[in-house]
Design a protein around this ligand. Structure first.
Ligand SMILES: C[S@@+](CC[C@H](N)C(=O)[O-])C[C@H]1O[C@@H](n2cnc3c(N)ncnc32)[C@H](O)[C@@H]1O
Length: 238
């Protein structure tokens, strides 16, 4: 299995830079298009008000930011933040083509130390990002800080399938099939599609992640399993 270095920030960033232009295509292929449904579900759970303000963290190519912007309408505002400039460049271009560039402000930055004001956001989302963050509890604490009291945080992330047979099938796909297709489509040499299943295997399971969110300051933390637990959607309230 791919050995994840303790300080994974730089190698992980090199991987995202290398695949940024093919990231969306691979997401759709490797999830059989399901990532769109998962992201829509996450944005529904964020319950953003019309004309509200939301932050999408680890925004990557800005799919979730775009969904949030559509939901909040022309008077809404989204701050989309990611460490990786190449991913944000692809996202900014998509937002421009969708006519959403004025509603979404794209910022390069680290989720562990957000350049945003406290108590300002109705919702904060993070999709398939926390797994890559080094100091996760600090990142969740930052989400708490920027939310208004009563604001909602939504974390969408790969998790643990509940049924053992489903889990075995999923792990076979993840470790044996996904890296081959992913690397070929992305013409990748950085081993990002080997890092992906390894990082999923090492990521906290549903209840452990819920506890981490509680320890970071969230209340009313709960989660729903999607696709039998391949993905989990955690919600916390400030
Ligand atoms: C798998 S992509 C997810 C992108 C997008 N949210 C989606 O669901 O398609 C993970 C993203 O997290 C970003 N990332 C990793 N660590 C980060 C950090 N500490 N702060 C901000 N972004 C980070 C990476 O640069 C990458 O763009």
């Amino acid at each position: 299995m791919y050995a994840i270095p303790a300080d994974r920030e730089q190698p992980v960033q090199e991987m995202f830079s290398a695949i940024a232009r093919r990231y969306d295509l691979n997401n759709t292929l490797l999830s059989f298009g399901l990532h769109h449904l998962w992201k829509e579900h996450a944005v529904r759970e964020a319950r953003v008000p019309v004309g509200g303000r939301a932050a999408d963290l680890c925004a990557g190519t800005c799919d979730i930011a775009a969904l949030l912007a559509r939901r909040m309408g022309p008077h809404g505002h989204v701050d989309a933040l990611d460490l990786n400039q190449e991913m944000l460049d692809v996202g900014a271009e998509k937002l421009r083509r969708a006519g959403l560039a004025t509603q979404v402000n794209v910022t390069r930055g680290n989720m562990e130390s957000l350049p945003f004001e406290s108590n300002r956001y109705d919702a904060a989302t993070v999709g398939f990002g926390v797994r890559n963050v080094v100091r996760r509890q600090q990142a969740f604490a930052e989400m708490v800080r920027i939310l208004k009291p009563g604001g909602r945080a939504v974390c969408l992330e790969f998790s643990r399938p509940v049924n053992p047979l489903w889990r075995q099938t999923y792990e076979f796909y993840n470790f044996s099939i996904l890296p081959r297709i992913g690397s070929r489509v992305a013409r990748d040499t950085t081993r990002v599609y080997e890092y992906l299943p390894a990082s999923i295997a090492q990521f906290p399971a549903q209840e452990d992640l819920a506890q981490m969110m509680r320890d970071s300051g969230f209340s009313r933390v709960h989660y729903v399993n999607l696709c039998g637990g391949i993905v989990a959607l955690h919600v916390g309230v400030k």
